[in-house]
Design a protein around this ligand. Sequence first.
Ligand code: FE
Length: 199
Amino acid sequence: MSHDHNHEHDEEESGIALRVKALEQILIEKNVVNAEALDEFVDIFENRVGPQNGARVVARAWSDPKFRQRLLDNGVDATAELGFSGLQGEHLKVVENTDEVHNVVVCTLCSCYPWPVLGLPPVWYKSQAYRSRVVREPKQVLLEFGITLPDSKKIRVWDSNADLRYMVLPQRPEGTEHLGQDALAELVTRDGMIGTALV
Ligand code: FE
């Protein structure tokens, strides 16, 4: 399945759901796909793929400097080490928040997003308002998400597309030196990996 830049509109979603259902029925009747394979596919995206995967990647990077470096050098290979790869994750670039830089991810054209590590994008990520405003006035948009950054911090906005998708590596919170990877992963939120929240 390739990702084309067709624009998605939330109000169309119930219509889309009906069309998907009809299409599913035809594909099964014509023996193009079987119901088990479809159920498997739905299970993957409802239960197995989601921000909990990205959280494990972040926790590992916080705990293992060599993995962190591999992750920043090659997001696809490093996340595949943890078993996260495939659809919509073929070209993943991980960008690291530091004391100097805060990163935010958007897809100005539509809704490109790294599925294997973050699951499916939230509705606001696909909204026209977010897509246009975060580029023009990132500081104001982050403020509306509840993030206040010091004036000295640079905000970098990364525009995703079908060929390159981004994930933010948040800064490890202070006072977490004693935590293991499982506990660290629980601190990491989806929005923290998009850059619209701090961890
Ligand atoms: Fe897109």
